[in-house]
Design a protein around this ligand. Structure first.
Ligand code: 5GP
Ligand code: MG
Ligand code: MG
Length: 186
């Protein structure tokens, strides 16, 4: 059975926020060399829009993480199923993720990049569920804050469905839409 979906972030709201994030990121790094790392698959559309909203020129690379041994990353072991190809030693690195929820997967990636000698590490995420955090991960450039609910669209899936949708929807049989608020620009 297909669960009902309810739009909570329109494509217009996403586009406006991506423009603001692009300006904030450009201002943060200026002419310093920057590697932007897209966390596949969920961030692929956000990343593609975000890099086009920059007034600086980043290098881009991609990783894919998987967690094993638990239904969520909090119980499982996190591994790369695709690692980066660019070196990050002595470079500023900005991780671009779809959602930071418990924070376990982002923390794993940040720890690896720190060990590889990144000059600085920051995180940009389309959605920051910061009230659900189990480990200390800060999203430096949050797109939107979500308090609860499972969301899909704009790259985000449920069992590989819904990634193509241009807006963000809650997917929930029982509950209606949950609140998403816009963060102030950094
Ligand atoms: P964390 O390790 O922070 O708990 O896991 C974050 C990852 O879980 C996200 O990058 C995303 O892939 C997935 N995730 C968490 N919440 C949602 C959600 O509401 N919708 C979707 N589609 N994925 C989610
Ligand atoms: Mg993810
Ligand atoms: Mg997923």
């Amino acid at each position: 059975m297909t669960p009902s979906k309810h739009m909570i972030i329109s494509s217009e709201a996403i586009a406006a926020r991506v423009k603001e994030l692009g300006a904030a990121i450009s201002e943060q790094y200026g002419n310093e060399p920057l590697v932007m790392v897209c966390v596949l698959k969920g961030a692929f559309i956000f990343f593609a829009d975000l890099v086009r909203a920059l007034s600086i020129e980043p290098e881009v690379d991609f990783v894919r993480l998987a967690s094993y041994g638990g239904q969520t990353s909090r119980k499982g072991r996190i591994l790369f199923t695709k690692d980066m190809e660019l070196p990050v030693h002595d470079k500023h690195v900005l991780v671009v993720d779809d959602i930071v929820d418990t924070g376990h997967s982002a923390r794993y990636l940040l720890n690896v990049l720190r060990m590889r000698g990144a000059k600085s590490l920051r995180v940009c995420a389309l959605v920051d569920k910061h009230q659900r955090r189990e480990v200390d991960v800060t999203v430096d450039f949050p797109g939107f804050t979500l308090f609860d609910g499972f969301v899909v669209g704009y790259g985000l899936d449920h069992a590989e469905r819904y990634r193509h949708l241009p807006a963000v929807y809650t997917l929930n049989e029982a509950k209606p839409a949950s609140a998403a608020t816009r963060e102030e620009a950094q």
